[in-house]
Every structure is written in C-alpha cells, then in structure tokens.
Design a protein around this ligand. Structure first.
Ligand code: RP5
Length: 172
C-alpha cells in the first residue's frame, strides 16, 4: 500500500465494525492509512504518544472514532496541529447522541471536524478531500467519484420513470 498518510484511531475494538468504513473509503482512492486502537480514558499515555508522533511519522490527517463520553478526538486534537475528524459511534444507551455531543462541542480554538453518528465513510472522504488539496491526481479521482454518484442518481431516476413506482419497488 502507498505511504500511510492517515491515522485512523478508535477507542475500542467494539468501534471497528463502524471505523472500517474510513479505511474502505481511503482504499477506494489508494490512500494509505494506519488503524490503531487506543483510548483517551483507558490508555491516555498511548493516545498522547500517537497524537504527538503522527505529524513526525508523515501523517497528514487523523480520523478518531469513539462512543459514549467520547473524548478521544478532542484529546488528540489538543496534542497535534494536524486536522482531526471525529466519528461519533452509535451507543445502545442513547443512540450515539452522547458521542455526537462529546465530539462536536469542542471549545473555541480547538476544532474537531465532526461527521454524522457512525459516519466513518464520510470521515474517510473528508480526509481524501483534505489530501487532494495538494495532490492533483487525487483531486481528479475524487471528482470522478462525485460524477459516479451523480450518474447513479440519473440511472435510478431513469428506471423509476421507465418502470413506475410499483415495479421499481418490487424490483429493489
Ligand atoms: C469508548 O467506549 C469506545 O470508543 C467505545 O465506543 C465505547 C465502549 O467501549 P467498550 O466497552 O466496547 O470497549 O471509549
């Protein structure tokens, strides 16, 4: 795989089923990444080491996913100047709203770009967009991806008009 430009960090292995989507998004664009389990609460020293070493290792963006009292992305943001994208993980207790508020409500001066609850794929895409600012080839790949999305909508709309809604629903 190409150079590891993105750190994907999650608070627990129970986040992996969601956080794999960030890896899948990056792989779609041949962007190298490193996946790590760490925890702001259970292993603060490891979290601090990762955050402080990321830029030195050549990482350009950090994606951090956590659930509940989800301090991981904010704590990482406090220890690196790299852009941090936070992924609030769905929780069975309150549906991930706890994670969302913990991550999105960062104090002035310390931003974490927060995606939707379980929005790990979009976190990967946002990382691609950031990297593409300085990579024309990647920028073109990302533009092509957007064109494919639009074509997908056109094709569904053509099918709906051709078949009518009843057959469309039966067949999908
Ligand atoms: C958070 O606590 C993790 O990010 C995870 O979403 C949540 C629960 O962790 P486990 O108890 O499943 O390890 O730190």
């Amino acid at each position: 795989m190409s150079k590891k430009l993105v750190d994907i960090i999650m608070g627990s292995d129970s986040d992996l089923a969601v956080m794999q989507d960030s890896a899948l998004a990056l792989e779609k664009f041949d962007v190298g990444y490193e996946l790590t389990i760490s925890s702001a609460h259970r292993h603060p020293s490891k979290t601090s080491e990762i955050a402080q070493n990321a830029a030195v290792q050549g990482k350009k963006v950090i994606i951090a996913g956590a659930g509940g009292a989800a301090h991981l992305p904010g704590v990482i943001a406090s220890m690196t100047s790299l852009p941090v994208i936070g992924v609030p993980i769905f929780t069975s207790s309150v549906g991930g709203v706890d994670s969302l508020y913990s991550i999105v409500q960062m104090p002035r001066g310390m931003p974490v770009a927060t995606v939707a609850i379980n929005g790990a794929f979009n976190a990967g895409l946002l990382a691609v967009q950031i990297l593409a600012l300085h990579d024309d080839n990647l920028f073109q790949k990302y533009r092509n991806y957007r064109i494919e999305l639009a074509e997908g909508v056109e094709s569904k709309d053509r099918k709906l008009k051709e078949k009518g809604f009843r057959r469309y629903l039966e067949e999908n």
